[in-house]
Design a protein around this ligand. Structure first.
Ligand code: ATP
Ligand code: MG
Length: 569
């Protein structure tokens, strides 16, 4: 679980606001935030930013953070999403204690508030269609036109609103609108719709309601009922703030929270809208919401991203008022950095090539002790078996190598990790295909654990597994889901045209060292020279499946180094 010290983040403009509030005694020094997802999809990395921010602030200021479902749109919302969201927030390391709320818990109170507005002459039932409302709304340069229903008496409005609630009218025939100002320069203030008729079953309230409050009305009031102090949302809602405040100022609410906006997270090679992610799922373009290529929290979890790395990423990107796009490589860098410190090293051969050590006795097995993590002495050691028949990576051998190829070739030597130096004496080929099926090699049985003399050119250390002991496995390698830095950039068509057709590569016939027989989906491993891997939770005990979390090569380090060089020159 997160502790306060873990949540110590650098300052940002929101903390400055809170510090000033606390200094001036506003909110009585309290900090109470909320994370308000709509259960219409799985959470993504953008939501992680909001979660870390809201729960993080609560931790830093000894305050509280609620989890509140904004479930005011029954046609798009599902229980599956409600459950997935809770699992994801918990997995990220945050806890709402007993403060799990739903906007739908407040439907009755929101209805009473609407009656209050009607009595005060501040809301009216409007019979215009959605299209007519849109047409009369005006533009940024032109005022809107008042609805002919705007002058209805409070009594008539009360009666009609009650009948809307009672189900007398079909969908879309009437709305309840706030009576504010059709000439307001802010379009959100031009008599916005507060309630609409929708004869739809709600996942929590069933068919109790056939009118549903709009987000801009439900949100400030839910915040007020929960006595939220700082209601943090993304920049698109800046123009909605006057309406947020109008709702609070015109109703007898128990509290007046303040809305603060920050720039949402955008990331290269990533789409960050639930609507678009839903299309990828529904059209079968990915394996589901938790496909490891998805930018969802569930996808990242299944891919093997540690929650600590995601939190660290959110901390590093910080919070700002100005929109920007973060490099996907930074997220991968955070993952790699964490795993480098924590992941035990193991050997796994993804595309095996058989090696026979002709000078090694047939029945002999040696067990070599290997360190689990050179970055962490407390990670201990394990034993790995060595024998006459081994597998190395196909890539590590070339029969006719170019000049700078330092791996194995006929007459050349390499070091086997934790074991001997071997020399390739010859190859065996499949007589029909001509394919190399086996390398005939000699081991230098004196060479284990000694420094290689300068006279001998052994430049590469290869990973390997013992043929008799290796465990068969499947490995899934992932590339970026989109080919373009900005997936929305298309000449015609849509973002799906930019999907990377080779974002998933499945390798079967991989061979992993026997210690991985006990691999658990709570552990992440470094497959030496291949990257970091995570046991897919869908693996069967007979055939483990490993997802590559991230490769070894740190493109972020390169990018930031280039940036420094440019700055210096
Ligand atoms: P999307 O646009 O992806 O569908 P949303 O904003 O509709 O997301 P909500 O469920 O309403 O999704 O979001 C819950 C909270 O997460 C909101 O407070 C929202 O501001 C925040 N949030 C959503 N996307 C991002 C993002 N990309 N970066 C930061 N915060 C985000
Ligand atoms: Mg939303």
């Amino acid at each position: 679980m997160m502790t306060k010290s873990m949540a110590e983040m650098p300052s940002n403009f929101i903390r400055d606001i809170i510090d000033a509030d606390n200094a001036g005694g506003k909110h009585g020094g309290r900090v109470h935030t909320r994370f308000p997802p709509e259960p219409n999809g799985y959470l993504h990395i953008g939501h992680a930013k909001s979660i870390c921010l809201n729960f993080g602030l609560a931790l830093q200021y000894d305050g509280l953070c609620n989890l509140r479902f904004d479930d005011t749109n029954p046609t798009k919302e599902e229980v599956e999403y409600v459950e997935a969201i809770q699992e994801d927030v918990r997995w990220l390391g945050f806890d709402w204690d007993d403060r799990l709320f739903y906007a739908s818990d407040y439907f009755e109170q929101l209805y009473r508030f609407a009656e209050e507005l009607i009595s005060a002459g501040k809301a009216y039932v409007c019979d215009l269609t959605a299209e007519e409302v849109r047409q009369m709304r005006g533009t940024l340069t032109e005022s809107g036109r008042e609805s002919p229903y705007r002058r209805r008496s409070a009594e008539e409005n009360q009666d009609l609103f009650q009948r809307m609630k009672a189900g007398e009218f079909p969908d879309g025939t009437r709305t309840l609108r706030a009576k504010i100002d059709m000439a307001s320069p802010n379009l959100n203030m031009r008599d916005p719709v507060l309630y609409r008729i929708l004869h739809a079953e709600h996942h929590r309230t069933g068919d109790t309601w056939c009118i549903y409050p709009m987000y801009d009305y439900a949100h400030p009031l839910s915040d007020a009922l929960e006595r939220i102090t700082h209601s943090i949302c993304t920049l698109e809602f800046e123009d909605h703030r006057p309406l947020y405040d109008w709702c609070l100022d015109n109703l007898s609410v128990p509290y007046k929270p303040q809305q603060i906006e920050f720039a949402r997270l955008n990331m290269t090679y990533t789409v960050m809208s639930k609507r678009k992610l839903l299309r990828l799922v529904q059209e079968g373009l990915v394996g589901g919401w938790d496909d490891p290529r998805m930018p969802t929290i569930a996808g990242m979890r299944r891919r093997g991203y540690p929650p600590e790395a995601i939190r660290n990423f959110c901390e590093r990107i910080g919070v700002a008022k100005v929109p920007s796009t973060v490099d996907f490589a930074l997220l991968e860098h955070c993952v790699r950095e964490y795993l480098n410190r924590h992941a035990p090293r193991v050997m796994a051969v993804l595309e095996p090539l058989r090696v026979v050590l002709t000078n090694y006795p047939e029945e002999k097995i040696e067990w070599f002790e290997a360190e689990n993590n050179p970055e962490d002495a407390s990670a201990g050691t394990r034993l790995i078996p060595f024998s006459r028949e081994l597998y190395i990576e196909q890539d590590d051998f070339q029969e006719d190598p170019p000049k700078k190829f330092f791996r194995l070739a006929p007459g050349k030597e390499v070091r086997l990790k934790h074991a001997y130096i071997i020399r390739c004496d010859g190859v065996r080929k499949d007589p029909s295909s001509g394919q190399i099926i086996e390398l005939r090699c000699t081991a230098d049985l004196e060479s284990r654990g000694i420094d290689i003399p300068a006279s001998r050119s052994v430049k590469v250390t290869c990973h390997w597994v013992s043929a008799a002991h290796a465990v068969p496995a499947q490995v899934r390698l992932y590339e970026k889901l989109f080919l373009k830095e900005n997936p929305e950039e298309v000449e015609s068509g849509d973002f799906k045209d930019n999907l990377n057709p080779s974002s998933l590569k499945v390798l079967s016939g991989c061979l992993v060292e026997p210690s991985l027989q006990k691999a658990k989906p709570t552990e992440r491993y470094q497959f030496m020279r291949q990257g970091y891997f995570y046991l897919d939770p869908g693996s069967s005990p007979g055939l483990p499946v490993f997802n590559r979390t991230v490769g070894m090569k740190d493109t972020w380090a390169k990018i930031s180094q280039q940036a420094t060089t440019i700055k210096q020159s």
